[in-house]
Design a protein around this ligand. Structure first.
Ligand code: HEC
Length: 133
C-alpha cells in the first residue's frame, strides 16, 4: 500500500466528516443567531440603562412587563402628561416607532433618546420581550 492509496482511502471519509462538521457548525450558528438577537439587545440595553432598569423606576419608568403594557401606567413614576394621556399600548410595532423618535410619536415626552438602526431596535425589543416579562 502506498501513501497515496492510504490518502485516497482516507480522504473521502474525511471529506464527509468535514462536511458533516460544517453542517453542524452552521446549524449551531443559525440557532445562536435566532436567540442571539436578545443577547445583542442586552448589550444595547446598557444605553437605556442610564435612565431605565427592568425592576425599578429611575430617570425613566421601570421596564418590567413593558411589552403589551399601557403607556404611562407604572405606579409611582411621574410621567409627562403627554405620555400619560397617550393611550398607547406598547406593542412591538409601537416600541419600534417610539425608539425611532419618542418626540415624533409623543410630542412633549420627557424621553430624548433615539435608536437609529432598525436592527438595533429589533434586538432591544427582543431583549425586552424576553427579559422584561
Ligand atoms: C436619557 C434618559 C433615557 C434614556 C437613555 C432612555 N429613556 Fe426611555 N424614558 C425616559 C423617560 C424620562 C421616560 C418617561 C417619558 C415621559 O414620561 O414622557 C421614558 C419612557 C420610556 C418608555 C415608556 C414606558 C412606559 O411606562 O410607558 C419606554 C418603552 C422606554 N422609555 C424605552 C426606552 C428604551 C428601550 C431605551 C433604550 C433604547 C430608553 N428608553 C432610553 C428616559 C430615557
Amino acid at each position: 500500500m502506498t501513501i497515496r492509496s492510504i490518502a485516497g482511502a482516507l480522504a473521502p471519509r474525511h471529506a464527509k466528516t468535514a462536511a458533516m462538521a460544517a453542517i453542524a457548525i452552521l446549524l449551531a450558528l443559525n440557532s445562536a443567531r435566532a436567540a442571539g438577537d436578545a443577547a445583542r439587545g442586552a448589550t444595547l440595553y446598557q444605553g437605556c440603562g442610564d435612565c431605565h432598569s427592568i425592576e425599578k423606576n429611575d430617570v425613566g419608568p421601570m421596564h418590567k412587563g413593558v411589552v403589551g403594557r399601557l403607556a404611562g401606567s407604572v405606579a409611582g413614576y411621574n410621567y409627562s402628561p403627554a405620555l400619560k394621556n397617550s393611550k398607547i399600548v406598547w406593542t412591538e410595532a409601537n416600541l419600534d416607532k417610539w425608539l425611532t423618535g419618542p418626540d415624533a410619536m409623543v410630542p412633549g415626552t420627557k424621553m430624548f433618546y433615539e435608536v437609529q438602526d432598525p436592527r438595533d431596535r429589533a434586538d432591544i425589543i427582543a431583549f425586552l420581550k424576553e427579559k422584561a416579562k
